[in-house]
Ligand binder design. Structure first.
Ligand code: 5AD
Ligand code: SF4
Length: 437
């Protein structure tokens, strides 16, 4: 048998890309590839890219530039670009950077084995189709070995919401949900391989409609799988939080009390311009209803500052909603015009970049203070921790609380996959520490 070929995958962006990278590795595994952690000894380098914010394409070109020397040393080295930048600018990438052999979009990576055949014959390969066939059915079963206790599982792709700032509806296409029975089969396989926590992924995961009772229906089916202890989902849109899903947060024990529900802005004027189709008040009332079902819910969100036309008063509304919603975690970004999106045309209304930077800093400071206060309040409380791996210190193990805090425990007899009660004793900037309760 010939020696395995080595594949180096570098993943940018969201968890959906992490999942896709795993599946691309599996697809190329059938062609004799194994993963390597270093580009230096790779036979193929694949960049799985993200297009959501600024300078995405430039980052890809500069990263590709770093591999020039490797390609010169080893002309057989294959270089590929996958993900959302590949989808949006694939042909341009091939024109501008002749060292790229392969371009594959997020909807066509099940065709990688055939594309690899073309590369082996010295050809180039480009596929940015939105094919009819279900890529997950073609990729089929996932290997059992080498898994940790947590896994991502993509259940829905694409977005029909068309927020005016966002490229996702263009790069990932229209909303498509995978049929529930196939997801359940994949989840069962993951659990047989030792997985105890599954995070259901979708660009707009709570719009999932592959089950007649929506995402809540799917969650209740997964709840039946013995050995699966925890279910999470991300990312959600406020307008798709239906009653059944809210109720599940109160009644489904396996559904973890953590919800990533971006609001993007606290100003109704800006929300309208963003095409979010809800007001700040709608959002706050929704959070109240979810907290009524699950009082200890840890809320997470995303914000954009400096959206075209944002005034100081609009920004103050964002600071206000951040406080009122009580985020345990939040991510904030400076608006970046994405080619082809409606907001990118509002060039006359662009916010001064210095003003946007200052707003970002203020929002981040406020979010950090809030996060830290909520995290510090965990000291003295008992949480349930799913242990994942050894920590940096000798004898230390790290895992995640039900609220997704990283928690480390030293000198305890626990193994990856164990779920144990931990009494929290310390709060550090990005993690909690404690001992088995
Ligand atoms: N500029 C800045 N942030 C953006 N996001 C999406 N598009 C843009 C953009 N054009 C942010 C949103 C989204 C997160 C994944 O990225 O907050 O929720
Ligand atoms: Fe983008 Fe809005 Fe769809 Fe989220 S809901 S992926 S922000 S268009």
């Amino acid at each position: 048998m010939s020696a395995p070929k080595k594949l180096f995958i570098k993943t940018y962006g969201c968890q959906m890309n992490v999942y896709d990278s795993e599946r691309m590795l599996e697809a190329l595994g059938g062609k004799g590839y194994v993963e390597t952690q270093s580009p230096d000894d790779a036979d193929m380098i694949l960049l799985n890219t993200c297009h959501i914010r600024e300078k995405a394409a430039e980052k890809v070109y500069s990263e590709l530039g770093r591999y020039k020397g490797l390609k010169a040393e080893n002309p057989d080295l294959k270089i590929g670009v996958a993900g959302c930048v590949a989808q949006a600018e694939g042909e341009e990438i091939m024109r501008r950077q002749p060292m790229v052999d392969l371009v594959v979009g997020p909807q066509s990576y099940h065709r990688l084995p055939a594309m690899e055949d073309a590369l082996a014959q010295g050809q180039k390969a480009l596929d940015t189709d939105f094919p009819e066939e279900d890529k997950f059915e073609i990729l089929k079963r996932r290997p059992k070995s080498g898994r940790g206790p947590t896994a991502f599982l993509t259940v829905q792709e694409g977005c029909d919401k068309f927020c005016s700032f966002c490229v996702v509806p263009y790069t990932r296409g229209a909303e498509v949900s995978r049929p529930a029975d196939r997801i359940i089969r994949e989840a069962q396989e993951l659990v047989e391989a030792g997985v105890r926590e599954i995070t259901l992924l979708g660009q707009n995961v709570n719009a999932y409609n592959g089950h007649d009772r929506g995402l809540a229906g799917l969650i209740w089916e997964l709840d039946q799988i013995d050995g699966l202890a925890r279910i999470r989902f991300t990312t959600s849109h406020p307008n798709d939080m239906d009653d059944a899903l809210i109720e599940a947060h109160g009644t489904c024990e396996k559904l973890m009390p953590y919800l990533h529900l971006p609001v993007q802005s606290g100003s109704d004027r800006i929300l309208k311009a963003m095409n979010r189709k809800h007001t700040a008040e709608d959002y706050l009332r929704l959070i109240e209803r979810i907290r009524a079902a699950r009082p200890d819910l840890h809320l997470s969100g995303d914000f954009i500052v400096g959206f075209p036309g944002e005034t100081d008063a609009d920004f103050e509304d964002t600071l206000t909603i951040t406080r009122e919603a009580g985020y345990g975690t939040a991510f904030s970004f400076k608006y970046s015009p994405r080619p082809g999106t409606p907001a990118a045309e509002k060039t006359a209304k662009m916010v001064d970049p210095d003003v946007a930077s200052e707003r970002l800093q203020r929002l981040q400071d406020q979010i950090n203070t809030q996060q830290r206060t909520l995290q510090d309040a965990m000291v003295g409380r008992e949480v349930s921790v799913l242990f994942e791996k050894p920590g940096r210190l000798d004898g230390q193990m790290v895992g995640k609380s039900e609220y997704l805090h990283a928690v480390h425990v030293s000198g305890a007899d626990v193994a990856p996959g164990d779920i144990r009660k931990v009494l929290i004793e310390q709060s550090a900037p990005n993690s909690l520490g404690g001992s088995l309760a």
